[in-house]
Design a protein around this ligand. Structure first.
Ligand code: TV7
Ligand code: CA
Ligand code: ZN
Length: 380
């Protein structure tokens, strides 16, 4: 099909649900929606909005839209529960897994409707063919299941977005560079050959969510259409980029996706409060550039990321990569300047070398070779 602008720069659409950064999971909780406000301030501060085709506020997703994936009873619960009435809702807390990781906070359902509404609107725009790239940094909540919350995620905007893409796209590739396994998305599409899921993550058995081993590869029609890249603590830029590029190049070759969804969880950066990898913002962004360069319609979402000054730096840099702008290392001055003093207000602070690298060239070689062999089943 023909592009709207076959000869000019790709069109980039940016989705920012108004006030999505104002929600609070709780004082001690590591998930801070405020990082979205910081990201937006830096994106605007750098003037990247001038390179973005359009910035969209978002219509919150409706109950019907959420029920395209989620159970009716679960959405009913999310829409009714409040910090005040959650004790009266009895054991529903246990049934729907809202507790410490996924607390019931004020405005929680509106928060869910907003980030999901952003990803849905973005995917519809990609289906209409009126944008080449769509960005929703508030999305990417990859752990949510059909009938329960998990790992800071209540509603799975990625699954909802991919279901929307599947109306028009024969094959959708999902790539996940959050340090956690993208279990909710993998599980939702584990039995279909129309969605290929690929997650890069820390895998040690005790690290959340505990799934995502090399040999979990799909079931039924979906056999060979789920890939997992289990990594150890402290992986550095060179090793990560070697594995990432090798795997993704082979995957795109074999699967030939008509659309790609990229989850850019920034907890894979060095110095993350919950993570244990050693990636720089430049390397994280290089993964985005590599996927972008295939020239396939692309949905980009956020995800994890718990050292919020670095999350906002990272997603700002990645926005610049996607719009094809090169931006200076000197951060623009914003009302949030105090967050960025650590590096002398730089976009690329030193983040590497804090955790010992437990990966070896041999352990990584084993993974890339195994994945190349698994992909041979696809060519049929
Ligand atoms: C996509 N790690 C989400 C990643 C979800 C990780 C976990 C916490 C955590 C929760 C808190 C908190 C925390 C300092 C860190 C087994 C448990 C251990 C709850 C205390 N501090 C994403 C989910 C992971 C909540 N969960 O991929 C309130 O860390 O390991 C676990 C499960 C049981 C529950 N307890 C933690 O990045 C967005 N949770 C402080 C306050
Ligand atoms: Ca991942
Ligand atoms: Zn994560």
């Amino acid at each position: 099909t023909e592009r709207i602008n076959p000869h000019s720069r790709p069109t980039v659409s940016y989705y920012f649900p108004k006030d999505v950064g104002a929600y609070h999971y709780g004082e001690k909780h590591p998930m801070k929606p405020h990082r979205l406000t910081l990201t937006n301030a830096l994106v605007m501060g750098y003037g990247l909005d001038k390179r973005i085709h359009k910035i969209y506020d978002v219509r919150p997703a409706t109950r019907e839209e959420l029920e395209a994936f989620h159970d009716h009873d679960y959405i009913e619960y999310l829409s009714k529960v409040t910090p005040q009435n959650q004790d009266q809702m009895g054991d529903s807390i246990d049934i729907f897994n809202c507790g410490e990781d996924c607390p019931v906070f004020s405005g929680m359902y509106d928060f869910c409707r907003m980030y999901a509404g952003g990803t849905l609107a973005a995917c519809r725009k990609l289906c209409a063919g009126t944008t080449d790239i769509a960005i929703n940094w508030s999305g990417g909540l990859h752990h949510a299941k059909r009938g329960e919350a998990s790992g800071f995620c209540y509603v799975n905007d990625i699954v909802l977005g991919i279901l929307e893409l599947l109306r028009y796209h024969p094959r959708v590739l999902y790539v996940d560079i959050d340090i956690h396994h993208g279990d909710g998305v993998e599980q939702a599409f584990y039995q279909t050959n129309r969605v290929m899921t690929v997650s890069f993550h820390k895998y040690t058995g005790d690290f959340f969510p505990g799934t995502g081993k090399l040999d979990d590869n799909g079931l039924g029609l979906g056999k060979h259409f789920a890939l997992n890249v289990p990594l150890l603590d402290g992986i550095n830029d060179d090793m990560y980029l070697t594995v990432f590029k090798s795997v993704i190049e082979n995957v795109v070759d074999a699967f030939r996706p008509s659309a790609i969804v990229l989850q850019c969880g920034a907890d894979s950066l060095g110095c993350d409060r919950l993570g244990a990898f050693n990636l720089s913002i430049a390397a994280h962004g290089e993964c985005v550039r590599f996927v972008h360069n295939f020239g396939v319609p692309l949905m980009v979402v956020g995800g994890g990321g718990y050292t919020i000054k670095n999350v906002s730096r990272c997603w700002t840099y990645e926005t610049s990569v996607l719009v094809g702008a090169s931006i200076p290392n000197e951060l623009p001055s914003t009302i949030y300047d105090s967050f960025f003093a650590d590096s002398g207000w730089k976009l690329h602070p030193p983040l590497t070398g804090k955790v010992e690298n437990m990966n070896t060239p041999v352990s990584l070689r084993r993974i890339t070779t195994s994945i190349r062999n698994k992909l041979r089943y696809l060519q049929g």
